[in-house]
Ligand binder design. Sequence first.
Ligand code: SF4
Length: 345
Amino acid sequence: MSSRCLVLCSGGLDSLLACAILTREKIDVTALHFEMGLGVSALARRFGIDASPHPVEQRVKSVGATFRAEPLRSDYLKVLLHPKHGYGSAANPCIDCHAYMFRTAKGIMEREGYDFIATGEVLGQRPMSQRRDALDIVAEEATLDNQIVRPLSAKLLPPTEAEKRGLFDREHLYDIEGRSRHRQMEMAKDFGLNDYPTPAGGCILTDDAFADKLREYRANTPEGDMTLEDLSLLSFGRHFRIDNNAKLILGRNALENGLLEHFKTGRIMIVPDYRKGPQGLLILPLNKAVDSEQCIRASASIIAFFSKEPVTVFPMKVLDASGERAVTVSADERDRAAAYKSINN
Ligand code: SF4
């Protein structure tokens, strides 16, 4: 029976190459893809709005590996909010995030009998998470010392347990180091890989606009009230902090309007009764008495302000746990809503 391994797979070129190299060694490879559940595309998939095949799954299959998606658990919040090793350029706690992924992978490996874990990490490629000391920190924190195979840089690193056990031939691995992508692109050609994203694309935590929204959210939300669902809500829409510390999120297009519907439980949905314009999700602060009517009026005015409808009164529906009712915004109220500035754009 062949050996089995889990490859941490973002779907980028390096992790796909790691899968390809190990399948070439006749290893049964499962590509473990962490679903952050953040951003319009990921949420559209999660809620079945986008039923097309997962793009990472297609790429993984093309190199002969099996795809496995792993959702983030709520303990990821602690990693994001209090990273021991700090943030990268935005809200990306890359070293702690990698350690979290390795810990999760290790649990799966031990429960399900995989032989080792591998990644597409390249020594010295990323300033924060792929320095030699960062690779060691991650392995140590996940208690995976000497057990992580990094096929692209393996010849520059000490032999791992898997190599010592002879599960594959170390001589077939590589000695890539640094930021140039030249060798990886040559290898992609050799493996017949031509569909892969650019290296810069990807994680929303590296996005400055998301980091701004996260900072604002933290400043206004007691930590005990924070949830993964709130993080998903930070990853799309136009956000406003309005009266009574309430939060309003507007959809910026039809897809975002549709996504907001999936978060309405326990919140207030405000839907225009005219054709062109955003709908809004109103989030009242937990454990605090607030003037919800004032918040609804302010929200409806902002929604009207962003309407493209050539009218002077704006009829809307307000939907919450108690049912549905109507509210109307006048042109004056709409104009006064210009005073509310969005947290992002
Ligand atoms: S880029 Fe994003 S997903 Fe990747 S390690 Fe950093 S925070 Fe985690």
